[in-house]
Design a protein around this ligand. Structure first.
Ligand code: BYC
Ligand code: FE
Ligand code: FE
Ligand code: FE
Length: 474
């Protein structure tokens, strides 16, 4: 269990390391200041939140109404397996590292900083969404995601403080100083500088971009550096809810859209307060493609080196039936040559970003199947789909090329002519934004989204998930 008597709740025996404790207690007010400045902007009294109270397999979460700024952010690592060995790379079979291996210090720190940078970035991106929540249920889910991303920042800051000395402490400060979309000091990865303009985008973000988080954390959970592996293992438990918010959020939008299409016999349902399916598809296209970019280049020496060094593994490394070193394996990948997409064979070790991305793509398809089931159940013929991997890409082999959602390489003029059919236009975003009127009454939902099947933690859907502050109600 986690010691809640401490100023910083933890299960790493922080009290036994006075220096580290003081360093983190020095960072804590800066975190809280950042939360006040760039965290959720809607003033609330309290929110029905899940807090981690243990890290074991069952019963790790406690639910209660708590003021958000009193959320018990803390440091929780999955239990240590004393027999754990490094699962892959050239150190395979050696005992997992409990300290940072000197030769990989820089790379390990870089990975942790990149991971850490995304967590507060997403909170910043979602800052103003509370003002337009479609229900108290959704508002609560937004805030749950936000506090947990805040805790994921804590998880990375702990590693930086505990294992990377002065440089680590400086990086921890920088994690609060770079900000999403900031001209001078933006967040590190592209998708985390995009605006989250509205709730449809938020649901697409938690479906597609939090899912990148799931897959990246899944590879870091395999790391030979045991504290990183253990912290990612626990983060993944929290992450499941973020993806639930995305899957069911998009599903509920699709359900409501299908209902309105049937009721009015037209796809053009703006006038009836719904989001047309074509616009949902454009939002999907956008968030999927910027999330695909988060995997880096298909071929990456960084990724190969991370693997060989034992720092970052593959998704479900232990289930892979090979030598876990990959020095001789090859695989096929797509490249664009003379305006055609063709396959070529490359060393597997050079293409591990692609290996992970393929796992991600297969997982993404599951939700799309669910959403299409909702369309089928409603008796509609329209379907949603994942665009081609080359569509709207800024990183990797497709960057610099124009590829349609169907996977056709097109010229620039065609792209310019069709872009508005494929990606949300400013007009689309404005029309979606116009539907985003807040619904803060218990058990009520905005007209563009269906109610969920069930409430949170076996509470009813009609439940006071959030108590707003007086000034928010005025
Ligand atoms: N935007 O060799 P390459 C999450 C940079 S999400 C801008 O192809 P590599 C969350 C790259 O950094 C998960 N720059 O890439 C979700 C490199 O720069 P340097 C976050 C990019 O290194 C929702 C250069 O281009 N965690 O947790 O193989 C809410 C060459 O790149 C981008 C991680 O990402 C981009 N999209 O792979 C909250 C895990 N892509 O080093 C949270 C840790 C690449 O030459 N990160 N670049 O200056 C990594 O494993 C790797 O850094 C990456 C890139 C997979 C991101
Ligand atoms: Fe309680
Ligand atoms: Fe996270
Ligand atoms: Fe997340």
């Amino acid at each position: 269990t986690i010691d809640y008597n401490e100023r910083i709740p933890n299960n790493v025996d922080l009290a036994a390391d006075r220096r580290l404790q003081r360093a983190l207690e020095g960072w804590q007010p800066k975190f809280l200041d950042w939360w006040k400045r760039l965290g959720p902007s809607l003033p609330t009294k309290d929110v029905y939140l899940r807090t981690a109270i243990a890290v074991g397999r069952d019963g790790w979460a406690h639910f209660a109404h708590v003021p958000m700024e009193e959320y018990r952010w803390g440091i929780f690592l999955a239990d240590r397996n004393p027999d754990r060995t490094i699962p892959f790379g050239k150190h395979k079979g050696e005992p997992a590292w409990q300290e940072v291996p000197g030769e990989y210090r820089a790379e390990l720190q870089r990975l942790i900083v990149v991971q850490g940078d995304t967590e507060p970035a997403s909170v910043e991106q979602q800052r103003i969404l509370g003002n337009t929540a479609p229900s108290l249920y959704d508002l609560r889910n937004l805030f749950q995601v936000n506090v947990e991303e805040g805790r994921h920042l804590w998880a990375m800051v702990y590693l930086l403080h505990a294992y990377f000395g002065r440089e680590g402490r400086e990086e921890a400060e920088q994690l609060l100083k770079r900000n999403s979309g900031d001209e001078d000091s933006p967040r590190i990865l592209g998708a985390f500088n995009e605006e989250t303009t509205d709730w449809l985008q938020f649901f697409m973000f938690t479906y597609f971009t939090d899912r990148d988080g799931k897959y990246q954390l899944g590879t870091l959970k395999e790391s030979g550096f045991d504290p990183l592996a253990r912290t990612c293992e626990f983060m993944l438990k929290e992450e499941a809810h973020h993806m639930f918010v995305g899957t069911t959020g998009v599903q509920r939008v699709v359900e409501r859209t299908a209902e309105l299409i049937k009721e009015h016999g037209t796809d053009d349902i703006w006038q009836y307060g719904g989001i047309p399916l074509t616009v949902i598809q454009k939002y999907l296209n956008f968030q999927y493609s910027v999330s695909m970019d988060l995997f880096g280049s298909e071929q990456s020496t960084n990724a190969g080196n991370y693997y060989s060094s034992g720092l970052k593994g593959r998704w479900q490394e232990n289930r892979r039936k090979d030598d876990h070193e990959l020095l001789t394996s090859e695989r096929l990948m797509n490249v664009v040559e003379d305006g055609q997409i063709v396959e070529k064979s490359v060393p597997l070790l050079s293409a591990l970003n692609l290996d992970l991305r393929d796992e991600y793509v297969a997982d993404c398809a599951n939700g799309v199947r669910r959403w299409n089931q909702a369309l089928e159940d409603a008796g509609l013929d329209e379907r949603l789909f994942l665009p081609h991997e080359g569509f709207h890409r800024a990183v990797g082999v497709y960057s610099g090329h124009y590829v349609s959602p169907e996977g056709e390489v097109v010229d620039e003029a065609t792209w310019e002519a069709r872009e508005g059919d494929w990606l949300p236009s400013d007009e689309d975003r404005r029309a979606v934004a116009a539907l985003m009127v807040p619904e803060y009454e218990v058990g009520k939902f905005a007209g563009w989204i269906a109610a969920p099947q069930a409430g949170i933690n076996e509470q009813p859907v009609e439940f006071d998930y959030v108590h707003l502050a007086e000034e928010a109600l005025a």
